[in-house]
Design a protein around this ligand. Sequence first.
Ligand code: TYD
Length: 134
Amino acid sequence: MISNVSEISFLEKADGRGKLIALESSLNIPFDIKRVYYLYDSNVDGARGFHAHIKLRQVLLCVSGSCKVHLESSAGVVVHELNSPSHGLLVEGVVWREMKNFSKDCVLLVLASELYDEQDYIHDHDQFKNILFS
Ligand code: TYD
C-alpha cells in the first residue's frame, strides 16, 4: 500500500515586479493534474480533512498565509507548517490528513491526480489503520 509524504519546492521567477511560480503537470508536479481546489476563509479555530485516500496523489501548498497539516502514514505522524507559496507537500496514497491552525489569510491550494471521487475516501480512522497495515 503506497503511503508517502515528502516536501516539494518550486522555483521562484523573481524580478523587480515581484515573484511568479509555475506549476506544470509531470514537470515540477510529479503527476498529471486532473483537479485543482483551494480552501480559503477557513475558520481559524477549525480543522478539516480527517480522512485518507486510497490512490489519490496531491500537492498541497499555501499560496497565502499558513496552516498546519497533520499527516499519518506508515512512517508515523508528522506535522508540517505550510507557510510559503514556494514550498509544499507531496502526499501519495494512504495518508490520514488533518488541516488546522489556519491563518485568516490562508489560501490552501491542492493539486490532485484524480477527479473528485468519494469512493477513494477513507473516513474511518480504524479502517485507515487496517488498510495501512494490511
Ligand atoms: P470535504 O471533503 O469535507 O473537505 P475537507 O476534506 O477539506 O474537509 O469537502 C467539502 C465539500 O466539497 C463536500 O461537499 C465535498 C465537496 N468537494 C467537491 O465537490 N470536490 C472536491 O474536489 C472536494 C475536495 C470536495
